[in-house]
Design a protein around this ligand. Structure first.
Ligand code: SAM
Length: 266
């Protein structure tokens, strides 16, 4: 009922911004679980991609692999890295420890998510700050790599976000991004990326990889939901988390939605 009432507003920029802010502030406040550190749907690597086995085995292996294979697309060692939409910080903590950038800043719109990430991740070269993708609080030409994982679908203006990424990146810097869209919204995203003033070096349809990750993680995810989420919210949360059978999972399978990975350079 509430969903139906709200759906006419979903295309408005102000609604998208408000929706993202309320949702992610609420989640970090009400489910501040230390061991729920990733909020992406996960990535199951292709056979030809070098396999990794992180030790100890992470609770959310496939969401971590989403970061690993995206972060592998550019040199991070010794670099200044900004992540936009870092959420609970699991991906930032992994990339900052594994690839050894000089400095990794995770930025998120939700202050509660930033506070939670600063509390649960103690990595020397890593910090989390509050800020908006549409107004990045960093100087021009100051960042080597911008990372963006499953976040920009929620922004009021992706065009403004891309101009902010370009402004903050040093010449030659990389923009690494993964996200999903409804099929009918893919042409708009493609146009925005191609008109961003950055070069599109690589573009992969990773929908099948995300479907496989959702399936591989499903049992563990359902168990975590039962353990961490109060019973009255479990059904709603399972939809949000994209369990097998959820609308998101069905949409990826029936071609209604796509999940893409992009490598761009300023
Ligand atoms: C699906 S979560 C993904 C979080 C994280 N990247 C991960 O994979 O675990 C999307 C994140 O984007 C953040 N976000 C949404 N709109 C934003 C904006 N305009 N600026 C910065 N962060 C934003 C949300 O607060 C949320 O933490």
């Amino acid at each position: 009922m509430i969903k139906t009432l709200l759906s006419p507003f979903k295309r408005f920029a102000w609604f998208k911004r408000l929706n993202a802010k309320i949702t992610y502030e609420w989640l970090a406040r009400h489910i501040p679980a230390n061991d729920w550190q990733f909020m992406n749907y996960g990535y199951y690597p292709n056979a030809e991609e070098p396999a990794i086995q992180p030790e100890p085995k992470p609770l959310q292996l496939y969401p971590l692999l989403m970061y690993h294979y995206l972060g592998s697309k550019a040199e991070l060692a010794g670099k200044v890295v900004l992540e936009v939409g870092s959420g609970r910080g699991g991906g930032a903590a992994y990339l900052a420890s594994h690839f050894k950038p000089a400095q990794y800043t995770g930025m998120d719109l939700a202050q509660h998510a930033v506070d939670l990430a600063n509390k649960i991740h103690a990595v020397p070269n890593l910090k989390f700050i509050q800020g908006s993708a549409e107004n990045i609080p960093l100087p021009d030409n100051s960042v080597d790599v911008v990372i963006n994982v499953e976040s920009c679908h929620a922004y009021g203006s992706v065009k403004k976000f891309l101009s902010e990424v370009k402004r903050a990146l040093k010449p030659g810097g990389y923009f690494l991004m993964v996200d999903f869209r409804y099929a009918q919204d893919m042409p708009e995203l493609n146009t925005l990326l191609r008109e961003s003033g950055m070069s599109l070096l690589q573009e992969d349809n990773i929908t099948a990889n995300v479907v496989k990750a959702i399936e591989a993680e499903d049992e563990a995810k359902q168990k975590r939901i039962r353990e961490l989420v109060p019973p009255k919210w479990q059904k709603l949360f399972a939809e949000f988390a994209g369990v097998v059978g959820s609308k998101f999972y069905r949409n990826l399978n029936d071609g209604t939605r796509f999940y893409y990975r992009y490598v761009m350079q300023k």
